[in-house]
Design a protein around this ligand. Structure first.
Ligand code: NAP
Ligand code: GDP
Length: 378
């Protein structure tokens, strides 16, 4: 018999990678997607199966983390062996604009799932993974951050996730649930939402004359989402539930991320000025690298840009309270789960840039349209 998994947030970055990973392991994967006026399943279209196909291994249900009855019905119907609660309003800056909704989805949403499992008498059967976050550390109390580091959340998103973290721990202790938190540091990929800083940059490098950024000095510990979904799975395969930091242990400024992304296409940028007047100027093009990566046909356009400002700062992207530094210590995951990341920052940026160069060519020049079918784990 195949194991059955339920993934909330299956249409998101992590949900898409995890769905493919579990299907390849022989699972039947159920996913919760939100009703939307446009198709919102782009990231999992390569896994989709028509409802008339027999023995499907991917089944989607309409639902929402703010709707207890809906969640309880779905969990009752499918009786999952594992639930991965990845659904969330996941953008820190947006959480300052939508704090109440964020608390409802990211905080109470976790409670709704735990209660559904308890009320349906599924505690002995169902294991639960909660998508916790390094944003919990916020104003960091210790460097690097590990499982025992005190939390100090700095946004409505992080405060909502703090509730999600502790209600998971509480249900584990109170009802002996197999419920675990993955405290994942930032993880990115070609599927990352386009308003997160890494993807905003890799999209902008080939597409935009000048990109406006927020705090260039903040530092993040970035990994690849493909590596991080392997950790989620490993956490639920342990005999005992527990909480794990998942991180690379290396931190980098936004400024250096920009430098590295431009360097992928052979372009050197130089930062000048300070604070809101800081800019980056296109200084030099290594034409051999550029031609290899992007193609000769685009070179003239870029040559004309030497000396131009390609990065600026716009205070609208500053956060009312910022998390300046994140760097994780994943020793527990390495020793107990045997988890190691395969990607480093350079190979992550290369993966994202290669994908976005392809998109840039499609969108701005070739006008091909359509989507390629990609298997993320090939
Ligand atoms: P993402 O790409 O933004 O995906 C979020 C998913 O949640 C999407 O499928 C979204 O649906 C869904 N969703 C949002 N609100 C919902 C609601 N009320 N009801 C049901 N579904 C809802 O995020 P991600 O990067 O994959 O992250 C996955 C999880 O890990 C999130 O909980 C995030 O907070 C957490 N996390 C992420 C990182 C990171 O660096 N990526 C780090 C630590 C923790 P739509 O597609 O319809 O919007
Ligand atoms: P977060 O760590 O979950 O908030 O992930 P983000 O990718 O949204 O932001 C990472 C860091 O990049 C934060 O410290 C932001 O303040 C900083 N940052 C600087 N400029 C930007 C920008 O233009 N957009 C975003 N999203 N973040 C930016």
């Amino acid at each position: 018999m195949s194991k059955v998994a339920l993934i909330t947030g299956i249409t998101g970055q992590d949900g898409a990678y995890l769905a493919e990973y579990l299907i390849k392991k022989g699972y039947i994967v159920h996913g919760i997607k939100r009703r939307s006026s446009m198709f919102n399943t782009d990231r999992i279209d390569h896994l989709y199966q028509d409802p008339h196909v027999e023995n499907r291994n991917l089944i989607l249900h309409y639902g929402d983390l703010t709707d207890s009855l809906n969640l309880t019905r779905i969990i009752g119907e499918i009786q999952p062996d594992e639930i991965y609660n990845l659904a969330a309003m996941s953008h820190v800056k947006v959480s300052f604009d939508t704090p109440e909704y964020t608390a409802n989805a990211d905080g109470l949403g976790v409670l709704r799932i735990l209660e559904a499992v308890r009320l349906l008498n599924l505690i002995p059967k169902t294991r639960i993974y909660q998508a916790s976050t390094s944003e919990l550390y916020g104003l960091v109390q210790e460097v690097p951050q590990k499982e025992t580091t005190p939390f100090y959340p700095r946004s409505p998103y992080a405060v909502a996730k703090l509730y999600g973290y502790w209600i998971t721990v509480n249900y584990r202790e109170a009802y002996k649930m197999h419920a675990s938190n993955g405290i994942l540091f930032n993880h990115e990929s070609p599927l990352r939402g386009e308003t997160f800083v890494t993807r905003k940059v890799t999209r902008a490098v080939g597409m935009q004359k000048k990109v406006y950024m927020g705090n260039l000095s903040s530092k993040r510990d970035w990994g690849h989402a493909k590596d991080y979904v392997r950790a989620m799975y490993a956490i639920l395969q342990q005999d005992e539930p527990s909480d794990y930091v998942i991180a690379t242990g290396i931190t980098t400024t936004i400024r250096d991320f920009l430098r590295m992304a431009f360097a992928e296409i052979g372009v050197e940028i130089i930062f000048k000025g300070e604070n809101v007047n800081e800019v980056a100027v296109l200084n030099y093009i290594d034409e051999k690298v550029f031609i290899e990566r992007v193609g000769e046909v685009y070179l003239d356009n870029f040559r004309k840009r030497i000396g131009d400002e390609v990065v600026g700062v716009d205070p609208q992207y500053f956060r009312p309270t910022e998390v300046d530094l994140l760097i994780g210590d994943a020793t527990k995951a390495r020793t107990r789960l045997g988890w190691e990341p395969k990607y480093d920052l350079a190979s992550l940026i290369e993966d994202m840039m290669l994908n976005d160069i392809k998109l840039m060519k499609k969108e701005s020049y070739l006008k091909e349209g359509g989507y390629e079918v990609l298997n993320y784990f090939e």
